[in-house]
Design a protein around this ligand. Structure first.
Ligand code: ZN
Length: 145
């Protein structure tokens, strides 16, 4: 059965939302009115780059960009970090915007599908609850072995 993601809620609505294709995620950033760089998450108290105070209630500073980025490094976790998390799983550091690096789960079978510097995109992953989805990263293009 294919689950309809569009009827589900994001697990972290302040961080991402379902993109128009119904599978990918858009990430929500704050765009600094002073230096125009992107900060993440959008509700950060100030610009990550120049320190300018950003009013999180001012939606004019909030921008959605297709979720994804560049894989910097990764490690296979053989023990679940949180209950219910599948193991082994792969955690990666992903540069989601200029000078913005976030840790995320990379949804591939094993590390051999990955290499540093490859492009990833964020996709919605249905959670066990059935009414919300989380975020995982997958390679933008299928890796040819
Ligand atoms: Zn700034």
């Amino acid at each position: 059965m294919t689950q309809d993601l569009t009827s589900m809620m994001p697990q972290r609505p302040s961080l991402y939302r379902l993109a128009a294709d119904g599978r990918s995620l858009d990430f929500l950033f704050a765009q600094c009115p002073a230096c125009h760089a992107l900060s993440f998450p959008a509700n950060a108290p100030g610009c990550m780059h120049c320190g300018h105070a950003i009013d999180a209630t001012d939606t004019a500073t909030q921008v959605a960009r297709p979720g994804g980025g560049t894989l910097l490094e990764y490690v296979t976790l053989h023990v679940p970090l949180v209950p219910g998390m599948p193991a082994p799983s792969i955690a990666g550091d992903i540069r989601i915007a200029e000078q913005v690096v976030e840790e995320g789960v990379v949804a591939v079978a094993d590390e051999s599908a990955l290499r540093p510097g490859m492009a990833l995109r964020a996709v919605a992953v249905p959670l066990a609850s059935g009414d919300s989805y989380g975020c995982a990263f997958v390679p933008t293009e299928e890796v040819v072995r």
